[in-house]
Design a protein around this ligand. Structure first.
Ligand code: H79
Length: 461
């Protein structure tokens, strides 16, 4: 259901399908290992500026716009001609933000365990949440809200010491200056009217500069780059301009070729991505924005499954919420964030400031490593039938095994260790029932030094 609903809209498009955005996909039943072709990122990204991102692990994505009024798909509903553009814009009168409490949003995001948030300043429909001087389609001039809703949210996020990411759609399907209007209607082709395209770029860059100057975001989250090649977007120029005076700002991979990190969407990477920095964006149900008819919410277990999968593979999860048009947040969405947050708080040592874990050959489950590589965290989802977990091929001495967030010291015994070779044997660690967590129990193995994995191919002799 999940992928179907989202892809259903896209399949209507006349473009050839490419894996550019959805990232890390497998096709036609053949196993295709993740390839770096999915999102072209810069090779010379400054690693210093990526530290907070790498250690953050969780961000909260916010899709808030006109589409929440009728509960229809963000921008795509009119693009794919499910309703007219005129009817889509009628939602302006329902976008009230009457119960919008930015401080409560920021608190919820903080309580989810996230370290940053990314908010849709403008989706493909061109509706801007801030008081832009470029165009009239915005929350202040035309919507029932009659106020800038972006500024107070960004202030509240900063007050909570959360990093701020701004989502910005390169396409603006409502602008007369833009090439694409709907799936069957193009306004013009760039080659036919380069001047008009230049006017669009001026408009778009004007908005970007407003956002930069108003909010000095920590991260830019671009979307929609697939509609034109990077030369048409002048993506190099955009990056230079956004980083001028703000060199530590991070840019996602959808400013084609100019991004700092890879941006897979929905598809949880099966294989560990090769990219040093990546972030999976994911919906809580099957919709980015609020859709009252969509009750296909992932359970808390499933949300935590996805989160653990991402961090054990060295990536971040950008988990989406879709607030209602009045600014309130659905109780189920709140509950999922809070449940994730309380699990993360209990296990924070195994989550933040960790690195990707070890290969599955050593432990049949997700793992992370402390920054000094001296503590290995094992994420145990299913209760072992004999109450023991198994770790193989670790050459270090395990000084201590304990349950994170619970403190119990665990007993262990080793089998198949000979004195006359280096094969490290197999460790069995007892996991008493009383220590089991509702979602994942995390066992920390404190090692005698940085982890050393036994990797001789031929075994003992
Ligand atoms: O904001 C949410 C979505 O509305 C937006 N990104 C998230 C965060 C998004 N919409 N579509 N996509 C992302 C990916 C689009 C993929 C496709 Fe296509 C569009 C598939 C078919 C048409 C890309 C372009 C692949 C072929 C053409």
């Amino acid at each position: 259901m999940i992928v179907f609903r989202i892809l259903e809209t896209k399949n209507k498009m006349k473009h050839k399908f490419s894996s550019l955005l959805l990232g890390f996909m497998c096709f036609s039943g053949t196993i295709v290992k993740s390839q770096d072709t999915t999102a072209k990122i810069l090779k010379d990204t400054d690693h210093e500026k990526m530290v907070w991102f790498k250690e953050a692990k969780l961000g909260i994505f916010i899709h808030w716009g006109l589409y929440a009024v009728d509960g229809i798909s963000e921008s795509w509903s009119f693009y794919n001609e499910y309703l007219s553009h005129e009817d889509y814009l009628k939602q302006l009168s329902g976008f009230t933000a009457a119960n919008f409490k930015p401080k409560e949003w920021a608190k919820l995001i903080k309580d989810s365990g996230a370290k940053y948030s990314v908010i849709t300043s403008k989706h493909h429909d061109g509706f801007a949440l801030w008081n832009t001087n470029y165009g009239h389609l915005n929350a202040v001039s035309h919507a029932a809200a009659k106020k800038d809703v972006l500024s107070p949210l960004i202030d509240a996020l900063k007050e909570k010491e959360l990093k701020v990411g701004i989502y910005f759609s390169l396409p603006d399907w409502s602008s007369d200056l833009y090439t694409h209007f709907t799936t069957s209607k193009r306004r013009y082709a760039i080659e036919q009217d380069p001047q008009r395209w230049q006017q669009y770029l001026n408009y778009m860059n004007g908005q970007l500069l407003e956002l930069k100057n108003n909010y000095t975001p920590d991260l830019w989250w671009f979307d929609g780059d697939w509609e034109h090649p990077p030369e048409a977007w002048e993506s190099t120029k955009i990056r230079t301009s956004l980083l001028k005076g703000a060199p530590n700002t991070i840019i996602n991979s959808r400013l084609t070729g100019q991004g700092d990190y890879q941006t897979p969407e929905i598809g949880v990477p099966v294989y560990r991505p090769e990219a040093k920095y990546w972030e999976l964006c994911m919906t809580l149900n099957d919709s980015w924005g609020y859709q009252q008819t969509d009750n296909n919410y992932k359970t808390s277990q499933q949300v935590i499954d996805i989160f653990v999968d991402c961090i054990s593979k060295g990536g971040n999860l950008l988990l989406d919420i879709g607030p209602k048009a009045d600014g309130s947040i659905d109780p189920i969405q709140k509950e999922r964030l809070l449940e994730l947050g309380s699990w993360i708080r209990k296990h924070h040592k195994a989550v933040y400031e960790t690195e990707k874990g070890i290969p599955y050959e050593h432990f049949y489950g997700p793992t992370t490593l402390s920054k000094d590589k001296q503590t290995l965290f094992l994420f145990v989802r299913d209760i072992p039938k004999d109450g023991k977990i198994v770790v193989k091929g670790i050459s270090n001495t395990i000084h201590r095994a304990y349950v994170v967030g619970n403190g119990s010291i665990l007993s262990q015994n080793k089998i198949a260790k000979l004195y006359w070779n280096k094969y490290p044997g197999i460790s069995y660690i007892d996991l008493p029932k009383e220590t089991i967590d509702t979602y994942y129990t995390v066992v920390a193995l404190v090692l005698d030094g940085p982890i050393e994995l036994y990797s001789e191919l031929n075994g003992v002799l």
